[in-house]
Design a protein around this ligand. Structure first.
Ligand code: 9PG
Length: 787
């Protein structure tokens, strides 16, 4: 046996027993013992499964130093003997002093004289019925305090934490839906206590506040899957999908780095440390600012016309001082057919290039939707280039899911002309049509299971190389938004990424306008599904890319209640991602425009999702903010129930220190003091609604106590000075604003003045004073005198 350690854990490698163990120094943390690895592969007609076992030949090389992006890695290599067909395996274990993770990967070498086909490379199998192996989550296992955080395969796939008593949410839409949102090599079974996760996942002990995280640092080589069975004796399995790719004689194949770590659930979270390492490994470079703009999809859908784009451009330009948006993004509907990107519908008589010119002339940035890897069966492309389509064993094009009223198909990017075509489309959009912002959608369609022209590539390799080729075709100066994309496949290659299902004007999903049987579908368009992932994938924002939460819909004629619109706006605003409005702006009433306006400028920071690992969907958010008024907290409490929710404010629920707070609820304009040790009864939250609170630590001197000018209720204040019997402050939002702010003064207000004019004030109990303001754009200096 060989043991190595870093400041966080000991790794024991025991090739004689055929296993290894991960043992954190802190004995309260989860640990794994008796971990096995294995490989499933095929020689011509023979399926073979090998597994690390006692008594097999091996050699062990210890402590080579391997420089890496994460720092110097100390590597120990366990080399196997020969397996049937001439397959050799080696497991490389790496420790890095700064990281709490064990890193390891498996390299396969074909030393035989015939090809082998690799189906699955299992990096971890632990626990379950094997008496020599244990998954210990800290203390006695109890499903009541065990939760599993499952990451969905691609942008739209459901992500969230499950109680171990629960079972995974499966789609009932079969071939209509699953090719899009489920990784073909991730099992899709429903059984209580059985869970899967793509790329990475977490098992949490919510009583001890500890967790185990495992997954992969990148997804260049294989799609990674985690599988957990969480009852009785818990078991875990982590594997790299081999996709039956051919490993030729004399060739090697190596997995991406797998990671395994145990740690505290909160602060600094295990998840965040992992996300940061994966960002380093994938050389993520974050854009400086978060996009804001208008998108054509969620009002016009495929009926968008050049005229509707221009009408909305004009409305954005006319409203710029009130609603400063930067992008106009044309979505699906301009092309004659998905796949035929160079021909335009009659409603776009001059194509999309003149629109880009017009958008730029108005001082805005043009954005365009493209889906370069998916093909509509009625497209010219499909008929002119049948050999570019990915096909199954029988030669039929594979199903990429039911979209645009048809079962769609995917390109085989290992056909060089097909990849060349996709690259040509994005390059044309950038260079000839002059769009510096591209939304690249349905990217999963390049990674469907099928018979590839090059059978030596895994699906993950095909997609990663395809995405890298698109990035190379447009250069680093183009803003790429990934959508419908497996997460790890685009990590480091996109600037922004859709992280959830499409929003829609319905709270619950419907399929072709039929609601009831589909209301529990977790991946299809609906406000609820969209908001779920906005919250559960919030930690990815500004670590892996700019999160795109999908669009804000504020118009009054959807089927969303005002409370539901508030919930959508709150989730988008507090998680910090892009802000895209998708209503018909010329038709938008002023009170609804205001719902979007108060989100600008975007806060840019991401809320901590307090109950991410133990509530589904999460219901509690917190952001700590600072401005001239000092520091305060913005808090959100969501109500996912279909009935109003009575609740009390208790600082500890948001992990706030106990103390006195002045509260103001933004959407309902409710003010209250909350006293230390006395949970405060709040107004009930409407069904599917939210209470969005500013909590200002109570101060003896004059203090800011809420506003309706901006969701942060404080970032609008850029200077703040108090003198004897006087407060002077400057408000600035970089846009026009009209509304009020509240102060709690030490004595009764006498007068508020701005630019020599007296402002309207309202006085309430305890010297709370509401001051009405209005700016056409410029900062306002306001002086308030009190007695
Ligand atoms: C354009 C749209 C928008 C949207 C994208 C994507 O059939 N489906 O399940 C399905 C899922 C998602 C979807 C369309 C269809 O939306 O997310 O923002 O760009 O394509 O067609």
């Amino acid at each position: 046996m060989h043991a190595c350690e870093n400041p966080h854990f000991v790794l024991q490698i025991d090739p004689e027993k055929g296993s290894f163990a991960y043992l954190p120094h802190d004995d309260r943390l989860p640990r794994l013992t008796g971990i096995r690895w294995g490989i499933t592969y095929q020689q011509f007609d023979k399926k073979t499964r090998i597994s690390s076992q006692p008594g097999q030949p091996y050699t062990l090389d210890v402590h080579q130093v391997l420089p890496s992006r994460l720092g110097n890695l100390s590597v120990s290599t366990w080399r196997s003997g020969e397996y049937p067909g001439g397959l050799w395996a080696q497991v490389e274990f790496a420790l890095c002093a700064a990281l709490p993770y064990l890193l390891w990967r498996i390299r396969l070498i074909n030393r035989g004289d015939q090809p082998l086909w690799i189906d699955q490379i299992e990096l971890l199998r632990a626990g379950g019925q094997n008496p020599n192996s244990q998954v210990s989550l800290g203390g006695q296992f109890s499903p009541h305090q065990t939760w599993f955080y499952a990451n969905g395969w691609q942008s739209w796939s459901y992500t969230g934490a499950y109680s171990a008593l629960d079972s995974i949410r499966r789609s009932k839409l079969g071939g209509f839906q699953k090719p899009m949102v489920i990784n073909a090599s991730t099992p899709d079974w429903k059984q209580p206590g059985y869970f899967t996760s793509d790329f990475f996942g977490l098992v949490a002990n919510t009583r001890q506040r500890t967790a185990l995280l495992t997954g992969f640092l990148s997804q260049h080589e294989h799609f990674g899957t985690l599988e957990a069975l969480l009852y009785d004796r818990p078991s875990l399995r982590l594997w790299a999908g081999g996709d039956h790719a051919r490993l030729d004689s004399g060739r090697e194949m190596c997995t991406d780095w797998a990671v395994l770590a145990a740690g505290a659930l909160e602060d600094p979270t295990l998840l965040e440390t992992y996300l940061d390492s994966a960002a380093v490994e994938n050389q993520v470079q974050l854009p400086e600012s978060v996009p804001s703009g208008w998108c054509s999809w969620y009002h016009f859908y495929t009926n968008v016309t050049a005229k509707s784009v221009i009408d909305n451009l004009d409305a954005v330009a006319a409203n710029r001082s009130r609603l400063p948006l930067e992008f106009i993004q044309i979505d699906d509907g301009f092309e004659t057919q998905v796949g035929d990107w160079y021909t335009f519908k009659p409603t776009f008589p001059d194509g999309v290039a003149p629109l880009a010119d017009r958008i730029r002339a108005a001082g805005l940035t043009p954005g365009l939707w493209l889906a370069p890897f998916i093909v509509h069966p009625k497209s010219q492309l499909e008929h002119q280039h049948p050999n570019w389509l990915l096909r199954d064993q029988r030669g039929k094009p594979v199903n990429a899911g039911f979209v645009w009223n048809a079962f769609t198909h995917g390109l085989d990017l290992t056909v060089p002309e097909a990849l060349g075509y996709a690259c040509g489309v994005v390059k044309t959009a950038k260079e000839e049509w002059k769009y510096p912002y591209l939304k690249l959608d349905f990217l999963y369609a390049a990674a469907l299971p099928g018979v590839y022209n090059d059978p030596t590539q895994t699906r993950a390799q095909v997609l990663r190389k395809g995405m890298q080729a698109l990035r190379d075709a447009v250069g680093t100066g183009t803003f790429l938004l990934g959508c419908g994309a497996p997460l790890g496949s685009v990590l480091g290659l996109v600037d922004a990424m859709r992280i959830g299902a499409d929003v829609s004007g319905d709270w619950l999903p419907a399929f072709y306008n039929i609601r009831f049987p589909f209301k529990n579908e977790a991946h299809i368009p609906s406000a609820r599904n969209s908001i779920n992932n906005i919250l559960t994938r919030a930690p990815l924002h500004r670590r892996w890319w700019i999160n795109d939460p999908d669009c804000l819909l504020v118009r009054p004629d959807t089927r969303l209640t005002l409370a539901e619109v508030h919930t959508l706006a709150t989730a988008i605003a507090l998680t910090g991602g892009s802000l895209l409005v998708s209503d018909d702006l010329p038709a938008l009433p002023a009170d609804r425009l205001r719902l979007a306006q108060v989100l600008l400028p975007v806060i840019g920071k991401t809320a901590e999702i307090i109950d991410l690992f133990e509530s589904t969907p999460p219901a509690l958010l917190r952001i700590d903010l600072q401005s001239a008024i000092g520091s305060w907290h913005v808090l959100a409490r969501f109500n996912w129930n279909d009935q109003p929710l009575a609740w009390t404010f208790n600082p500890a629920d948001f992990r706030l220190p106990d103390g006195d707070y002045t509260l103001h609820a933004f959407w309902d304009d409710f003010s209250a003091p909350s006293r230390e040790g006395e949970p405060f009864t709040m107004p009930a939250i409407l069904a599917h609604g939210v209470s969005l609170l500013a909590a200002y630590p109570a101060r003896p001197a004059a203090c800011y106590a809420g506003s309706n000018l901006h969701v942060s209720q404080g970032l609008e204040v850029i200077t703040w000075q108090t003198k004897k019997n006087q407060v002077e402050l400057v408000l600035d939002l970089g846009r026009a604003f009209e509304g009020w702010f509240d102060l709690i003064l030490e004595s009764e207000a006498v007068q508020a003045v701005c630019l020599g004019e007296t402002l309207h004030c309202e006085k309430f109990a305890n010297h709370r004073t509401r001051i009405y303001v209005r700016s056409n754009r410029e900062p306002l200096t306001i002086t308030i005198r009190h007695s």
